[in-house]
Each structure stands twice: as structure tokens, then as C-alpha cells.
Design a protein around this ligand. Sequence first.
Ligand code: ADP
Ligand code: MG
Length: 380
Amino acid sequence: MSVAERFEELYGQAPEGVWAAPGRVNLIGEHTDYNDGFVMPFALPHTALAAVRRRDDGVLRLHSADIGDAPVSLDVDALAPGGPGAWTDYPAGVVWALRDAGHKVGGADIHIASTVPTGAGLSSSAALEVVTALALNDLYELGLERGKLARLCQRAENVYVGAPTGIMDQTASACCTDGHALFLDTRDLAQRQVPFDLAAEGMQLLVVDTRVKHSHSEGEYGKRRAGCEAGAAALGVSALRDVPFEGLSEALARLDDEEVRRLVRHIVTENRRVERVIELLSAGDVRAIGAVLVEGHASLRDDFRISCPELDLVVASAVDAGALGARMTGGGFGGSAIVLAEVDAVEAITKAVVAAFAGAGFSEPRVFAATPSPGARRVE
Ligand code: ADP
Ligand code: MG
């Protein structure tokens, strides 16, 4: 049954339209987003779909095919941060953020079905927010541009849901385009679409979802953020973005806390790696980004220290089996890794990673190909 048909079955009327918003993977630029730095995500083929119809009585009804409960009914006037901590906080938070910014949004019936794996570091939450925001933007004729929608979605997640995330995920879901990675400067939010057509070059990018999420990840995220802020303060800059790569040794020499030194080194070299990847892609030297990915993984593992045995094993086993490069992606301590490979080598690499996991006694990872796909759009 299509999402439109299921909508009609649930709510007794056809939707006014159906929208899609993708999950994302970050090619390079990890933990740089809260340091005013550079990121480079691309959209996955996996999307959240939303069938939506306006209501004129101020009621918001929400249903997810992936949760299965009956629709949840909310009063849009009563929406306020500090929701129930349920999945409905994401779309309800978007309605709240739009209205809180003064946009005239009334009620709606919404039915969602998503193919974005949840909790795998692939931004199923941003897909949910952005699909809601785009549908309401179209139906209520708000005329908001995509970068603005992304910022409102981030506000929904930070303030309404209460998750301290940067601007990358929502911007990726809202603004990515087919066949491109999205360069985003998280300081001024300048964007650039960078051609990233792997198929044309005989390559593929695999996502390996380790299916683990180590429970200390949230506390560790907070510690890394605080450590980066301490580093910036000690160096007298507003954010680590302002430490130039050429000035790294000198900056490190001025820091006496070893932990802070490691964090600073990761952020400064990672921003440089984003620039490197753009240079290589622009020069048509796509295979050469593999080495940059491996270097980025080592930096996350040894300096930023947010990897885990499962992620390290993906990278080691994939590279051993002939991958051009691989690295963990996302927040760390589990979630997913990416692997860049020649199409001909994909099968052997996949087998090698799965075998390495079995050998280590880890549960079987989920491996799939990630083609750079379109961002959010209306589909019906
Ligand atoms: P990620 O964004 O990396 O997948 P998050 O923890 O940020 O992980 O977001 C996952 C949460 O988003 C889920 O726990 C759920 O509340 C919500 N979510 C994502 N997809 C759906 C869906 N299809 N239906 C209902 N809730 C969803
Ligand atoms: Mg998320």
C-alpha cells in the first residue's frame, strides 16, 4: 500500500500531497560542525515520505508506519518544548518552530513512512523534520528557502526535542542534490554542490551500519564539545575554525593540556581534509580521496578518540580487502562507517567485512551502497 493510500485509510480523506526527505552520510568533516568548520555530506537514496493534508481546526495528527500505534492527536496552540520524549516530538517540534518564528501554520494530518535506518548515524531524525517542514512550507505557502527550513528544523531538534546537534544533518536533507556532495561552511552557512558521481568513475561508496551504539556516546559528545571550546578559549579564538592548518604546530605548542591538544589537532586537520577532498574531486582525482578518508579515521580514532572496535574493524578489514579508503562517519561509538571501493571489488570487500565481524563475535553489520541522491522534494 502506498503512503497516500495508507493516509486515506487512516484519516478518511486523500492527502493533498506526498513529500520525501533523505537521510545522509558525511563524506568528510567530522565533529567540525560545532567548531564553525567544514562538512561534506551527501544524501542517501533512503527517504522519509510524508503524506499530508491541512486541517483548519488547529489539530495536528501524526502517524508513523514504522511505529504502528494509532495516530497521536495534538493541539498546535499548546505545542511547547519539553514534549513527551516520543518520536512525535520531531514533527511536532517542526510545527512549533515554524509557528514560534511567526509563520502561519495551522493543523495537519500527517502520515510518515521512512526507509532511513534509525539510530545508525544516518539522520533519520533530520529526514523526519525536513519532510514535515517542506510539506508545511508548500501547503501553507510560507515561501521559506531550504537553508531557512533547515535552520528551523535544527531549532526543533535542539530546543523542542532537546538534542544538541549541529546544522549539518538538516541542511544535507534539505539542500543536497543528485550526484553531488554538499560542501557546507558551518560558520556562514555558505554552500557549494561538489560533483560526486562515483558510478561514472566505476566506483561505489558503501555504508556499513555496525548496528551498535555504545551507551556512553552522549556524555562523550558533550565532553568533546567542551574540550573544543576550552581549546578555542586557550588559543584566544572564537572557534577552532580560526586556527589555520599552517599554524597548527605553533598552536599546539601553546596548549599544555594533552587531551585538548589532541582535540585541536583533529579539528584543524579535519577541516584541511575537507578542503583536500574538494581539491581532489575538482581535479577529477576521485580515487585519491580514499587515502584522505583513512587518515580522517585515524584522527578520529587516535586524536578525537570516538571510534570503537566495530568501526575500527570495518575500516581495517575493508582496506585489507582492497578498499580505496574507509572511515567511521557520524558521531562515533558505533553507528556507521563508509567504504570507498572499485565496483569490481565491492563483493569481496563486503564478504571480508562480514567475515571479520563474525570472527570477532560481533553481530552482522548491514552493508548497502550509497549513491549521492536528491535532497527533499515533493513526489506526488
Ligand atoms: P539518527 O538521526 O541518527 O537516525 P536519532 O536518535 O537522532 O538517530 O533519531 C532517531 C529517532 O528519530 C528515533 O528514535 C525516532 O524517535 C525518530 N524516527 C526516525 N525515523 C522515524 C520513523 N520512521 N518513524 C517514527 N520515528 C522515527
Ligand atoms: Mg539524528
